[in-house]
Design a protein around this ligand. Structure first.
Ligand code: M6R
Length: 614
């Protein structure tokens, strides 16, 4: 996580850095800092907490940095050391001449720190980054060449990093490098930008170069030189970014999360355009590059993802197995990467990620690729590191998601899974034709149904207020909506900090039922279909333990009124498509509870939108 920016050119640097950091706030917001070259020294400004705190600090120092045209900046998600001013980046060496910003984790920082202390390095912070500052400074003392110093130092570093570095004695020079963390250079007229991600530079330039691992770029106002870790000059791969600058606006909504929930109907419509023409015609999914023959032969799929994307993956498993009769395993990426797994060239591996940068998923994908698997990536960021590893790239096209709590990207991932599963089912002829037709037709009706939910939010708000004083919250479901229960619970806990858990309802009696009493809300996701009656019985069991029963249902059964103290109705939908409908009220319940409790909805504590550390 963390976001880094850099600028060298003729423009006033501080505004560029602050705006760039603002665009990268999704990567962390524990603290922020910048270093700018002023006359004969480098000044550092830092603040704990949100970026606005740094902006306040800067207002009192304007006269010092007004003329500065070169600098680096950082927005932090703390890994090593508390989110204090001292631990905020940029970090320096003993004499303060070298400044550095870092995204990633230096795994051998303890060993390096011990070695550097023996040489006289005085450490001021608890961060892993500070060792890199001292290490490069020592190499610089020997070489008097910042690029060479970075080249030598990075050979001794283990772990993940994107670094941007300046040295007071190298008047107009900036050096940047990366390994297993994203970094790109934006190219302007007589100026360069460095950033962890496109939004930080796109309003200045569309011309850019992504750095590959272990490449080192040296920037002056006039030119950019790219070398590999052996110091050999490389050809620059400059590309035009397929992005338009977008003004990230809440469009009148109080929070990005609420705006993004409301965007879901249009997101789904956009995804379906060009993929489903009529229910009679086959699905078009040219993004899948596996040949029809290979698809027909396929008998194993692994899906790897984290967080909300993992919940989408679990629903993906359900529908692929149901529609295509192919065995699917779903695994959190963070587990996949640390065990022996039997991925091989006959396995299709699907990586799901909103950001396309999640370190655990990226590592898992690389491992699977090394074993020869076809890699299919479902992501909202077709320009991401994961997208670059893909053999088949299925973009979910949800548009930029700002709120840390994923909503529209989740629904977009679900729709992509439906398209993929139906596409494969048509090729494999594994599903009844009339069912395929009805699924295609009903899929196109989903946006209107979500609009119905969104235009009658009062009842959801009432529900949220009624249960907002709870400390714990249980969501239960069975079958295809079990992952919906997990996702509903994740939404609530991440933005309201209420201890919410999702269970398969049949598991309640195997332990969790012990927690039930008159203070515990239990929300049953009771969609009509194969497990309706079973879930009703499980809800009875919970009610018998005095739990505060809530139903989210598309059933009009009058009997429900005796069992549930609060009923939220959703539009009717066939069971196999119900997760796309059922999640929307749960997103809104989480939103309204968090808002009612006065929590920071878009930037909840301790989280970051893009988790680029393992
Ligand atoms: O970008 P990714 O989809 O790979 O991110 C995975 C998780 O970090 C992410 O879904 C996280 O759980 C969200 N905060 C959920 O709202």
């Amino acid at each position: 996580m963390c976001g880094i920016v850099g600028y060298i050119g003729d423009k006033s640097v501080v505004d560029i850095l602050i705006d760039g950091l603002h665009q990268l706030e999704y990567r962390g917001y524990d603290s922020a800092g910048i270093a700018v070259k002023c006359e004969d020294k480098i000044n550092i400004y830092k603040a704990e907490g949100k970026l606005e705190n740094l902006s306040c600090v800067l207002t009192t120092h304007k006269s010092e940095y007004q003329k500065a045209t070169m600098g680096i900046g950082h927005i932090r998600w703390a890994t090593h050391g508390a989110p204090t001013v001292v631990n905020a980046h940029p970090h320096t060496c003993n004499c303060g001449n070298l400044v550095i910003v870092h995204n990633g984790i230096i795994e051998n920082f303890k060993e390096l720190r011990a070695q550097l202390e023996l040489k006289g390095a005085k450490f001021k912070t608890q961060t892993d980054t500070e060792v890199v500052a001292h290490l490069i400074a020592y190499k610089y003392a020997d070489t008097k060449d910042l690029t060479k110093a970075v080249q030598l130092a990075t050979k001794e570093i283990e772990g993940a990093y994107a670094l941007c570095i300046m040295h007071n004695e190298e008047k107009d020079k900036m050096v940047a490098t990366k390994r297993n963390a994203p970094l790109l250079v934006g190219i302007g007229e007589g100026e360069f930008y460095v950033a962890s991600d496109v939004p930080a530079i796109i309003k200045h330039t569309k011309k850019a170069m992504y750095l590959n691992d272990n490449e080192i770029v040296t920037l002056t106002k006039e030119k950019m030189v790219l070398i590999n870790s052996n110091g050999e000059e490389l050809q620059q791969k400059i590309e035009t970014l397929p992005w338009e600058p977008v003004a990230l606006s809440k469009m009148g909504y109080k929070h990005f999360m609420l705006k993004e929930i409301h965007e879901q109907p249009d997101v789904i419509r956009n995804i379906l355009v060009g993929k489903i023409h009529t229910s009679e015609e086959p699905i078009i999914l040219n993004e899948v590059k596996l040949t029809k023959e290979k698809l027909k032969e396929l008998n194993r799929i692994q899906i790897i993802a984290c967080g909300t994307s993992l919940h989408a993956a679990m629903i993906g498993k359900y529908i692929i197995e149901n529609f295509c009769s192919i065995a699917v395993d779903v695994e959190p990426s963070s587990e996949y990467i640390y065990r022996k797994n039997v991925t091989d060239s006959h396995t299709l591996v699907i990586g799901v990620s909103q950001s396309g940068e999640t370190a655990d998923t990226l590592t898992a994908i690389k491992q699977a690729k090394a074993k020869g698997s076809h890699i299919l990536i479902i992501t909202n960021r077709p320009d991401s590191a994961m997208a670059r590893e893909a053999d088949s790239l299925v973009p979910v096209s949800a548009g930029i998601e700002v709120s840390v709590a994923a909503t529209k990207s989740y629904v977009a991932q679900l729709v992509s899974f439906y398209l993929l599963a139906l596409y494969m089912a048509e090729i494999k002829e594994s599903l009844d034709e009339s069912l395929i037709k009805s699924l295609k037709s009903d899929l196109t009706q989903i946006p209107q149904k979500i609009e119905q939910i969104l235009s009658h939010k009062e009842r959801i708000l009432e529900c949220a207020k009624k249960y907002s004083n709870t400390k714990d919250f249980i969501y239960v479901a069975r079958g295809i909506n079990y992952p919906t229960a997990l996702e509903g619970a994740l939404k609530l806990k991440e933005i309201s900090y209420i201890n919410a858990t999702g269970y398969p309802a049949g598991e309640l009696k195997h332990g969790p039922i012990a927690m039930l009493d008159e203070s515990m809300p239990v929300l049953s996701i009771l969609m009509k279909g194969s497990v309706y009656e079973k879930l009703l019985s499980n809800s009875e069991e919970a009610k018998a333990r005095n739990a505060r029963m809530i139903a989210l249902t598309n059933s009009k059964d009058e009997k429900l009124k005796d069992l549930f103290e609060f009923i939220l109705e959703v539009p009717d939908v066939q069971e196999l498509l119900s997760p796309i409908i059922a999640i929307v009220p749960l997103q809104l319940i989480a939103y309204y509870i968090a808002e009612y409790l006065g929590k920071d909805v878009d930037q909840p504590r301790n989280l970051a939108k893009s988790v680029t550390v393992e």
